[in-house]
Ligand binder design. Structure first.
Ligand SMILES: Cc1cc2nc3c(=O)[nH]c(=O)nc-3n(C[C@H](O)[C@H](O)[C@H](O)COP(=O)(O)OP(=O)(O)OC[C@H]3O[C@@H](n4cnc5c(N)ncnc54)[C@H](O)[C@@H]3O)c2cc1C
Length: 491
């Protein structure tokens, strides 16, 4: 079967999503309810003097009432454009004793209100976007508001690159380090959070602290994949590796989920690819296409095709493409531009993102696909399915299933903007799928739109729940940070 350009991995939006809260979604009646403001009208007139700016005009705050999901809308009272880390510390110290909720915000690309706050303060990390590369140490010191495309550009000037990228690279460093940051190189290098040397964090009491695996380790481990619960990440030191010049990418089609995952298990087992993912797409004539996407990096000599893919048992001719490394990492850019031009980028995105245990992957994925129509996914929707050895994930709060191998599974739907019904129905579908995944020992990757109960969150973190709760109480004693995640409720 030939995969045309329109159906190749790189022409579709894919993303990962991490779960979220039940606020506003009544799980019993399966209906949306208006969310009561968490804080009625804090008075920012007595806010501290700032190096940056505090926005309070409704027109200035409007962008912060939305996110990539376009499902949840909350009105903040103010937004901080920090001129310094000191500004963030001062505003958090001001908000804490008054109980004013504070939402750190990068690019606002989580999909269920996670980076929003009702009646509180948004901390827009955008202005903190400096990047400095140390070629000798092979690290980049990066402001949390910088986007990964800028980190890549700065690193490549020294022949270096971060080892792991998400599929879309216009996300903020602070935003993906708060989630995890999973991509096609994760089978080799773990998530982005596994490649952080040091963080600077402003805690929920306004303290500025530098932490690492050996210094203030409790804070370090609670901030990485910590969904903004213990502090605002303001700076990160990121590990870099040598960047290749070029990439050869293979798209291989399989007839079933089981055939796809069998080939992926083989490839991940022997580590033949530098980058490995998989996509499931509606096929032109009906049914589905199951596509393994593997890539090999090279500088001068391209890889031997038959050695790389000859034993992978695909059907039809493989699609093979060579790209410059930057273009490979940034290959969603043309699709995003097209979706913005068509307006689909701005439609609701009730995304499901999870990790499946290896043993249950085929049955869960098959059942989900059997219950899904192309219309459910929307015109630009797709499903991602790819394996990651769990030993690569070392950050305690990036929850993955037990067992040696897990599969990232993402059902990336776009809902019609002009129909009131689909989004709630699709959110319920996300919840039903989450419960099936949870019953098999799977977890959600909390960037998407899955209504969660308090019991779900405890299950999500399992043995790590008490540790996470203790860190929240220690570093955010007023319980003001990132309430949009809905993990910890204030009394
Ligand atoms: C098109 C698209 C593709 C994607 N592809 C992938 C992918 O391949 N792999 C993957 O892992 N993810 C992917 N994602 C998900 C993405 O990684 C997360 O949604 C990420 O958190 C978004 O970053 P952001 O800057 O928009 O964060 P925001 O949405 O602004 O914030 C996310 C959460 O983190 C908190 N936060 C933000 N900045 C900070 C900070 N500096 N300190 C503390 N807390 C903070 C916020 O309060 C919020 O709770 C994709 C998302 C999209 C929209």
């Amino acid at each position: 079967m030939r995969i045309d350009a329109q159906h190749s991995r790189r022409s579709f939006i894919r993303a990962v999503s991490v779960g979220t809260l039940a606020v506003g979604f009544d799980l019993t009646s399966r209906a949306w309810a208006a969310q009561a403001p968490q804080h009625a009208g804090p008075d920012f007139r007595h806010a501290p003097h700032l190096d940056g700016r505090l926005l309070v005009a409704p027109a200035d705050l409007a962008p912060y009432e939305d996110d990539f999901g376009h499902l949840v809308h909350r009105t903040p009272q103010a937004a901080l454009l920090p001129g310094s880390v000191r500004d963030i510390a001062a505003m958090i110290a001001f908000c804490g004793p008054l109980g004013i909720p504070v939402a750190p915000r990068g690019q606002g690309h989580q999909t269920f209100g996670q980076a929003q706050v009702e009646g509180g303060l948004i901390v827009d990390l955008g202005p903190l976007d400096t990047i400095s590369v140390d070629p000798a140490a092979q690290t980049a010191t990066v402001g949390a508001g910088a986007v990964w495309s800028a980190v890549l550009t700065a690193s490549l000037a020294h022949g270096l690159t971060p080892p792991v990228f998400t599929d879309y690279i216009e996300l903020s460093v602070g935003g993906t380090l708060s989630a995890g940051g999973v991509g096609g190189a994760s089978h080799r290098h773990g998530a982005q959070v596994d490649n952080v040397v040091e963080l600077e964090v402003v805690t929920g009491t306004g303290q500025v602290r530098t932490c690492s695996a050996t210094r203030d380790a409790d804070l370090f481990h609670a901030a990485l994949s910590g969904l903004g619960q213990v502090g605002v990440i303001t700076r990160a030191v990121i590990r870099l590796v040598a960047a290749p010049t070029s990439v050869r990418s293979y798209s291989l089609v399989y007839p079933t989920v089981a055939a796809l995952t069998a080939a992926q298990r083989k490839a991940v087992g022997d580590g033949r690819f530098d980058w490995l993912e998989g996509t499931i797409l509606p096929a032109a004539g009906g049914g589905w296409m199951y596509i393994l996407e593997g890539s090999a990096f090279y500088d001068t000599t391209p890889p031997n095709d038959s050695a790389l893919i000859g034993d992978l048992g695909y059907v039809g001719p493989p699609q093979i493409q060579d790209s410059a490394y930057f273009d490979f990492v940034d290959d969603l850019a043309p699709t995003v531009a097209a979706l913005k031009a068509s307006g689909e980028w701005y439609d609701p995105h009730p995304w499901f993102n999870g990790f499946l245990p290896d043993a249950a992957t085929d049955t869960l994925a098959e059942a989900t696909i059997a219950a899904t129509t192309p219309a459910d996914l929307g015109a630009s929707g797709l499903i991602l399915l790819y394996p990651v050895p769990t030993a690569r994930f070392t950050a305690p709060l990036l929850s993955v299933p037990k067992g040696e191998l897990a599969f990232l599974f993402a059902v990336l739907r776009t809902a019609a903007p002009d129909d009131a019904l689909p989004a709630p129905e699709l959110l319920q579908a996300n919840r039903d799928l989450y419960l099936s995944v949870q019953a098999k020992g799977g977890t959600q990757y909390p960037v998407g739109a899955i209504p969660m109960t308090p019991a779900d969150w405890r299950t999500q973190y399992g043995a790590r729940w008490q540790q996470f709760r203790a860190a929240k109480q220690c570093f955010d004693p007023h319980g003001i940070l990132a309430p949009g995640q809905g993990i910890f409720r204030r009394a």
